[in-house]
Design a protein around this ligand. Sequence first.
Ligand code: AMP
Length: 190
Amino acid sequence: MKNIVLFGPPGAGKGTQAEMLKLKYKLIHISTGDVFRFNIKNETELGLMAKSFMDRGELVPDEVTIDMLEAEVRKNPQANGFIFDGFPRTESQAKALDVFLEKNNTDINGMVALEVPENLLVERLLNRGLTSGRSDDQDEGKIRNRFHEYETKTAVLKDYYQNQNKYFGVDGVGSIEEITQRLEEVIDQL
Ligand code: AMP
């Protein structure tokens, strides 16, 4: 199995790149943000709960996010592996993922991180907000809050995976194709 954590701040291009990589490596792409948005659209209990956090640009609590992620993995027992996009976002999520994968006799091959300077990220997010319909992309205050959550809770995961020799940084500035190629050079070695 090949299990990849695709990492990077909001607007780094994780979703776009995951769409390319899942085809090439025949992996299941799980975006926790997409699963939450699906639940919001369908007005499920999970969606209603998640919405209040997402609307403020805050992280959804770990327990519900971890349960949801594990349920998504379990839906794909025949998978070749997974691309985790937007998960883990806290150290507890990373630890829970390690325990869960170990129980299933597998592990994370590597965290591949898209590195993009912050001024470019805000520009990309505001541009995406023009067409994505995502309210959290349309308001600079919410965007700043998402960066704050990233800096205070998520960025530490670089150390978490580096300590396991599983962190691989990739330059996330360039055309979509150039960046896909850089990611593939890393993932081919994992
Ligand atoms: P994304 O689509 O990855 O930008 O995520 C959009 C929003 O969904 C985030 O700002 C959070 O509110 C929520 N979210 C997505 N993934 C997670 C996660 N792993 N942990 C907590 N909240 C999450």
